[in-house]
Design a protein around this ligand. Structure first.
Ligand code: HEC
Length: 122
């Protein structure tokens, strides 16, 4: 009986741990989290540096802090090809998520989203 109870307790304990791990690993499903993944997939950091805070190219976070939503969206979709900023208009990965991408960087700029954090997960 004791063995049975111990086994049951163990199985229950393990399933709790498994559940906690599944929650830990479950991707955050907010539009900003999706935007964050797209920005990583597009590798904006290649030019804009770690956490997009500037390298060869200026800080995207700083730009979102000082510029309007309209200017931000134009900067990304129109780019500035002569200055090596690609135009992302027509790139579905970026263009279809441009509002959420702006909200992601606006959140970075006002500090509500931490560098490197997946937005929507505390
Ligand atoms: C090949 C390098 C490169 C990549 C990749 C790149 N950028 Fe840029 N980006 C630049 C450069 C260089 C500038 C500055 C252009 C200029 O001087 O006007 C810039 C400018 C910008 C600006 C305006 C900033 C300012 O201060 O004028 C924004 C916003 C921006 N990029 C967002 C992005 C996003 C979002 C991505 C990914 C989807 C991205 N960039 C990918 C090189 C890059």
């Amino acid at each position: 009986m004791i063995t049975l109870l111990t086994t049951a307790a163990c199985v229950f304990g393990i399933s709790l741990i498994a559940q906690a791990q599944a929650q830990e690993q479950a991707p955050a499903q907010t539009p900003e989290a999706d935007a964050w993944r797209a920005v990583r997939a597009a590798d904006c950091a290649r030019c804009h540096g770690k956490d997009h805070e500037g390298l060869a190219a200026p800080s995207i976070v700083g730009f979102a802090r000082t510029q309007s939503r309209e200017r931000f969206i134009a900067a990304v979709l129109d780019g500035n090809p002569p200055m090596s900023m690609p135009a992302y208009r027509g790139n579905p990965l970026i263009e279809s998520r441009i509002d959420a991408i702006y909200r992601y960087f606006a959140g970075r700029a006002d500090g509500s989203i931490a560098p490197g954090a997946i937005p929507g997960r505390q």
